[in-house]
Write a protein that binds this ligand. Structure first.
Ligand code: 13P
Length: 250
């Protein structure tokens, strides 16, 4: 199976999370992105549904576009119907895997402890884990943002997390898919806090939540923001390409 080699993750990273969107027709967007950025100079990652990983690896072969999964099981293999292992993702061409996304924490009750176990499983397959965390609107309104993300960080990062094997994505739950984004001060505050709490100061810290071509440059100008984890706007090569360009010039 062709693989897009996992380079040591560049600090600047634009990662597209396709979530549960994308049939094979969607591969054209990956191809267009690969054609537009043969050597982008920043990390560019697409995380499609697992069903598309292997064909997307072929569609982007020879380009600088990396691939990621959206979740993995904490066990290496075994009797876990419907789940996918880190080794399977790597075998299909992934170099990264998103872990602990708020949609998985909400839909599947994933705990930070499970996220840490999944992160260890990802490392076992030589995948870089993109660990997601973020507060709800209620938690922010109650002044609990830093307490919540601090607890998620402490619980979700397995011992041994470094810039070579882990990326952190701050995604306020209320900003995901809502068109709302925090203020620059709010993002800078959380990123500064996460940077101070993280075990390796070189770990790449992404912002996620309603990033689009219109706000990407302003978000990338915020101190402590190394890139973005993009949902809806990553489904179209032209939009995600504009976000990649904004990161290149940040
Ligand atoms: P949107 O960019 O669609 O708000 O989604 C963000 C996200 O959840 C990425 O993981």
């Amino acid at each position: 199976m062709p693989t897009n080699p996992a380079a040591s993750p560049p600090r600047k990273l634009a990662a597209g999370n396709w979530k549960m969107n994308g049939l094979s027709a969607q591969l054209a967007e990956a191809r267009a992105l690969a054609d537009a950025f043969p050597a982008p100079g920043v990390g560019v990652l697409l995380c499609p549904p697992a069903t598309l990983l292997a064909t997307m690896a072929q569609a982007t072969a020879g380009s600088a576009i990396g691939l990621g999964g959206q979740d993995c099981h904490e066990a290496e293999k075994g009797a876990h119907t419907g789940d996918i292992s880190a080794a399977m993702l790597a075998d299909a061409g992934a170099s990264h895997v998103i872990l602990g996304h708020s949609e998985r924490r909400a839909d599947h009750g994933e705990t930070s402890e499970q996220v840490a176990a999944k992160l260890r499983a990802a490392w076992g397959a030589e995948l870089v884990g993109i660990v997601c965390l973020g507060e709800t609107a209620e938690e922010r309104a109650a002044g609990r943002t830093l307490g919540v993300v601090g607890a998620q960080l402490a619980g979700s990062l397995a011992e041994g997390a470094t810039a070579a094997n882990t990326v952190i994505a701050y995604e306020p739950v209320w900003a995901i898919g809502s068109g709302q984004t925090p203020t620059a001060e709010q993002i800078a505050e959380v990123h500064g806090f996460l940077r101070a709490q993280s075990p390796d100061p070189a770990i790449s810290l992404l912002y996620g939540g309603s990033v689009n071509p219109g706000n990407a440059a302003a978000i990338f100008a915020i101190p402590g923001v190394d890139g973005a984890l993009v949902g809806g706007a990553s489904l179209k090569a032209v939009d995600f390409g504009a976000i990649v360009t904004a990161l290149q010039t940040a």
